[in-house]
Design a binder for this molecule. Structure first.
Ligand code: LLP
Length: 375
């Protein structure tokens, strides 16, 4: 058990806390899905790019799925060996940079991008749009024809001799297996038709935010059935599944304000965790010290927007001001989407590995908010 209050006292709040052992376990679990198949897992750095966490990924021998030079640098700092590059806005300059840095696999987003890769010696995958409905939040759904990513799967015929395989990613936080099986089967048909050696299945495996999660055993059975006869290599780009449940946002209760409803005001707002505001996301809350009285409350941040909310209409015991509360499942798209709105510095990050506790990013100072400003 992690003593969150103790960490809050020692490192201050808002504070991101990660559990190293949980990360390792989630990687092992992800690997079981591909047992008996030729497959590799890459970690999607957009979910979290702290190099100290990526080092754990490197030690577990998984590669990196990066979208920018910044993420590429983080992956190199961590010693990640296999690099896959995703993105729908790659520039000439970026391509030169990535190739010089030892890029292994590129996911090409359009037929317009394809010529940029002619003559370049990397594994080339074309992102196809399988036109399946991922049944997830519209902002994180990507596999329908109307979305901006990839090309219609029929277009592959025009360029099949210039690519090594296909890539798809139908969305994120998907908790039903069926959309995956639909998309994977379409990808397999396409790969067989053109004799491709690679299929990149993307990510999207949904975690348990509020009671529903992807059934990993069913996923494993389905994948081993679908790809049993496939004579090639599979790739999975996993972000949230690996790091989401291994991270926590610890924030101090500044006040409990009885109004028309009860507001629990914390020192973290949508600057530290924007998911509740952006996607109506639900993060379970642990109250560490309470009055024992249960109420229904909104947990709100300190920023100047009425939309600055961490949890809406949540039933919980009234926390004691000055003590910390913990938002669960904050490891993915938590710190990586944090921002400086209202002049709020970035939170600190701590890694707990058994008995060992390590500060892996110190809190940004107020002065650091402006060190790159010239007047
Ligand atoms: N591969 C591609 C091409 C992606 O676009 C993504 C996520 C992933 C892999 C990793 O997906 P995951 O395994 O983490 O579901 N900010 C949103 C999530 C955006 C996901 C974007 N793409 C959130 O906080 O829910």
């Amino acid at each position: 058990m992690i003593d969150f209050q103790k960490l809050a006292n020692e490192f201050g709040t808002p504070l991101y806390v990660y559990d190293a052992e949980k990360i390792r376990k989630r990687i092992k679990k992800a690997k079981t899905v591909f047992e008996g198949l030729d497959a590799e897992i890459v970690f999607a750095l957009k979910a979290n790019n702290n190099p100290a966490l990526l080092k754990i990924m490197a030690e577990e021998e998984i590669g990196a799925d990066v979208v920018s030079r910044g993420e590429l640098l983080a992956s190199k700092m961590a010693g990640m060996k296999r690099i896959l590059w995703n993105g729908n806005g790659k520039t000439h300059e970026d391509i030169t940079h990535f190739v010089n840095q030892g890029l292994n696999i590129v996911c090409i987003d359009s037929l317009q991008e394809l010529p940029l890769w002619d003559g370049v010696n990397v594994i080339k995958l074309l992102r196809v749009n399988p036109d399946v409905d991922a049944r997830t939040h519209p902002h994180i759904s990507t596999g329908l024809r109307a979305h901006k990513f990839g090309v219609p799967i029929e277009k592959v015929s025009e360029v099949a001799d210039r690519i090594d395989g296909i890539h798809l990613h139908i969305g994120s936080q998907i908790t039903d297996v069926e959309p995956f099986f639909d998309a994977y089967s379409k990808a397999l048909d396409c790969a067989k038709q053109y004799g491709f050696k690679y299929i990149d299945l993307g990510g999207g495996w949904g975690i348990d935010y509020e009671g529903k999660e992807l059934d990993i055993e069913r996923l494993q059975k389905g994948i081993s059935g679908i790809f049993a006869g496939f004579d090639g290599k599979l790739i999975a780009e996993l972000g949230r599944f690996i790091i989401g449940p291994a991270g926590y946002l610890v924030t101090k209760v500044v006040s409990v304000k009885p109004s028309e409803k009860i507001f629990i005001v914390t020192d973290a707002g949508m600057n530290a965790l924007i998911r509740p505001v952006l996607y109506d996301a639900h993060h379970r809350i642990q109250v560490l010290a309470s009055t024992k009285k249960t109420v229904t409350a909104d947990v709100v941040g300190p920023l100047c927007e009425s939309g600055d909310i961490l949890a809406r209409g949540r039933k919980l015991e009234v926390p004691i001001p000055g003590t910390a509360i913990v938002l669960e499942n904050a490891g993915a798209y938590g710190f990586s989407m944090a921002n400086n709105y209202n002049g709020m510095p970035f939170p600190a990050e701590v890694l707990v590995d058994g008995e060992e506790v390590k500060l892996i990013r110190r809190r940004q100072s107020i002065e650091e908010l402006f060190t790159n400003v010239k007047m």
